[in-house]
Ligand binder design. Structure first.
Ligand code: IVH
Length: 688
């Protein structure tokens, strides 16, 4: 690692701040970082030191000044000169034809002979915002409000890492775009909410809107909001006139703004429909929700000619996709006990097709929701896929109760845990019903063990739900540390457990002890809101379990809060975990069982194959090009011949003799496809 940059003057300080902003842009906007995490953190630390020593140098566009200090008492109103309009909607080809004809007619009226060219963009399902930059500095961001008057949410928007505080050129512009959140991030937040016994958010859009309305920007920092820009207000940037929307977007991108790149063009109805169909296919693979395609006239001169109505521009329209919903009947309600004791209802449904899969279960999050929706067994319900894999009940169709009243059975909230019989309770301020785990509860233990053994956690193979159930039932495992006391004899004595499978389990447990890294262990412990990515950041900071245990939890809270991206809530969850006597006892017990996980120093590139070169021989289940792409995505190098420098030879069916011989000669280890997958698994779930 190179020496920390020397900062002697205000100019040095500003240069470093710009350098960090540049890395932020590469990471968040271009998705193409050129710096390892540790190196980046080092730059931020140097900047923080300079700001502490010279508070008078601090600029408002500093990457460390994203979070303001004072909560607001209310949002200021922003009155705009150019109102933020809405869009007209269409749902089918016929409506779209009418739109196209209206555009043609409008252009004929002004004697414009040039046929319009359209740009198609995803219609992002988030919250629209307007951003104002003066002399390149981000000065104001506001919500749409009623179009003319919006709310000033500058302080909250500043916390969004993707949003540049400084543009590449000192221009003054106003742009519009959408704030949103990735579905995976949303699901993780809701999972944590449910675990903490809080009411989950309804959908990603609601969450985003609620977040932007927080008066304290500290509550917004750390929430993974994103932003994409899709419009320039006006038709010039500085003195430079622009002719077309696409040109404006390209220019905005060069200024460093996160601009949507998923565009296509069309110049007639057939091309429009083809573009819409292609997008309808693609949208499921996008990491965020979209509810349609926005179709816009590209030429800015034609836009001016067409003008707007009071409500919406005449030069654009939204083609909306129908929401994915279905109706079915609730047949039964199962009571599920989660890893943290939350006791939740799961509706068992008549199987029904929904968005390409057959659905027979729906989550209801909590009992309050059952009451609010007034769901009965026997009810016909409307279900919806809201990003999560398990769909949700959104409403009861009361009209369908008529004549079937006798079949309806009310759903009663349980009073005792179905797994341990303990009396359920609610913590003050929580909606979740919980098993207090005083006995301790076998259902919670089962879930905790399953989580501990997961591929992304301690990666203990052969630990299926049946085996876990037996181990818990017989009292062989009372906490996850007990796994390391299991003997082959104990396992062999279990029904349907042969000598060989018992040996496999014991070996897998022993292997996990050897291969555990601190980040894997931290993931495996299931600390609320600490998934793989965060566990890794903690592990990078502390490296070993004793180091983490010796640190004062309060200091840990401070250290983690200072880490890039870690919000105070997440840091607090770790500190609380470390301050808890039961978790400390568990960690000590794990150490006594010989678990001494260390976090390896990551160097250079990123990813589980960083610094490694792989050669491939024989036929694999996936095409060679894909294997190559995955090796490279994991930070490795794909090489065509085996030499002494090759790290692994990946061997498929009917491998080449020459490569195998070369591997033997140079002592290059062989990998099966399954082993290769395991190596790569370390990168799963690590979105940017
Ligand atoms: S352009 C005057 N482009 O859809 C036209 N809007 O239903 C301004 N939206 O309020 C909007 N993606 O919040 C435009 N690529 C996109 C969009 C988009 C999402 C939202 C926007 C707008 C709403 C209208």
């Amino acid at each position: 690692m190179s020496a920390p940059p020397a900062i002697r003057t205000r100019q040095d300080y500003e240069a470093l701040a710009r350098e960090i902003l540049d890395h932020d842009r590469r990471y968040y906007v271009d998705n193409n970082p050129i710096l390892a995490d540790a190196e980046y953190d080092r730059l931020r630390k140097a900047l923080a030191r300079a700001e502490a020593e010279h508070p008078d140098w601090i600029v408002d566009w500093s990457p460390l000044q994203r979070v303001g200090h004072e909560p607001l008492s209310a949002f200021q109103k922003v009155v705009r000169s150019v109102p933020m309009l809405s869009l007209d909607n269409t749902y089918d080809e016929e409506d779209l034809r009418e739109f196209h004809e209206r555009v043609l007619r409008g252009l004929r009226e002004v004697h414009d002979p040039v046929p319009p060219c359209y740009v198609l963009e995803p219609k992002i399902d988030g919250i629209s915002i307007e951003l104002r930059y003066e002399q390149g500095r981000f000065v104001q961001g506001a919500t749409r409000g009623d179009g003319l008057v919006g709310e000033d949410v500058t302080a909250n928007l500043r916390t969004i890492q993707m949003l540049p505080l400084l543009l590449a050129e000192p221009v003054s512009i106003t742009v519009r775009g959408e704030v949103f959140i990735h579905r995976a991030d949303f699901d993780e937040i809701n999972r944590a909410c449910i675990e903490a016994g809080q009411e989950p958010y309804k959908n990603p859009r609601n969450f985003t809107g609620g977040t932007l309305k927080q008066l304290d920007p500290r509550n917004v920092a750390g929430r993974p909001l994103r932003v994409l820009v899709y419009e320039l207000v006006g038709d010039r940037i500085g003195q430079e006139p622009l002719a077309a929307h696409r040109e404006a977007l390209a220019r905005l991108r060069r200024l460093g703004l996160p601009v949507n790149r998923d565009l296509c063009s069309a110049s007639n109805l057939d091309e429009l429909m083809a573009g819409i169909r292609a997008f309808a296919q693609r949208r499921k693979a996008l990491p965020f929700d979209t509810d349609g395609v926005v179709i816009k006239v590209d030429s800015l001169a034609q836009r001016r000619a067409l003008g707007t109505t009071a409500r919406a521009p005449r030069w654009a329209i939204a083609f909306k996709f129908p929401a994915e919903q279905a109706t079915t009947i609730v047949r039964q309600v199962e009571v599920n006990v989660g890893r943290t004791g939350a006791v939740t209802p799961v509706a068992i449904l008549d199987p029904v097709e929904l968005a390409g899969t057959t659905v027979s279960r729906a989550s209801m999050h909590n009992w309050e929701q059952v009451r609010r929706l007034d769901v009965h067994i026997g009810d016909v319900v409307l279900i919806e896929k809201a990003g999560e894999i398990i769909p949700q009940i959104v409403a009861v169709i009361k009209e369908r109760r008529q004549g079937r009243e006798a079949e309806l059975v009310p759903i009663m909230e349980p009073t005792v845990c179905p797994a341990c019989g303990d009396t359920l309770l609610r913590r003050p301020g929580e909606v979740a019903l919980r098993c207090p785990n005083t006995r301790p509860c076998p259902a919670q233990l089962r879930e905790a063990i399953d989580f501990f053994c997961h591929r992304d956690a301690m990666n203990i193979e052969h630990m299926g739900p049946k085996l876990i159930e037996q181990l818990v039932e017989r009292g062989l495992v009372r906490d996850v540390a007990d796994l390391y006391d299991l003997t082959q004899e104990q396992l062999q004595a279990l029904p349907r457990m042969a000598e060989k499978s018992a040996a496999n389990v014991i070996r897998a447990i022993a292997r996990s002890k050897q291969e555990a890294t601190l980040s894997r262990l931290l993931t495996a412990l299931g600390i609320p809101s600490i998934g793989w990515v965060w566990a890794q950041k903690i592990a990078d900071r502390y490296r070993t379990l004793p180091a983490l245990l010796e640190a004062d939890p309060e200091q840990v809270r401070k250290d983690l809060t200072a880490l890039h991206g870690f919000g105070p809530e997440r840091a607090g969850a770790v500190a609380d975990f470390l301050a808890d006597a039961r978790s400390r006892a568990l960690l000590h017990k794990l150490m006594q069982r010989g678990l001494s996980p260390v976090e390896p120093e990551r160097q250079g590139g990123e990813g589980p194959l960083a610094g490694k070169s792989l050669c491939v021989t024989g036929t694999l289940r996936v095409p060679r090009a894909q294997i190559k792409a995955r090796i490279e995505a994991a930070g490795g190098k794909f090489v065509s011949a085996v030499s002494s420098k090759t790290s692994y030879l990946l061997v498929g069916d009917a491998p080449g003799e020459d490569k195998l011989r070369a591997a033997e000669k140079h002592g290059v280890p062989l990998l099966t496809e399954a082993e290769f997958e395991r190596l790569l698994a370390a990168s799963d779930g690590q979105g940017a």
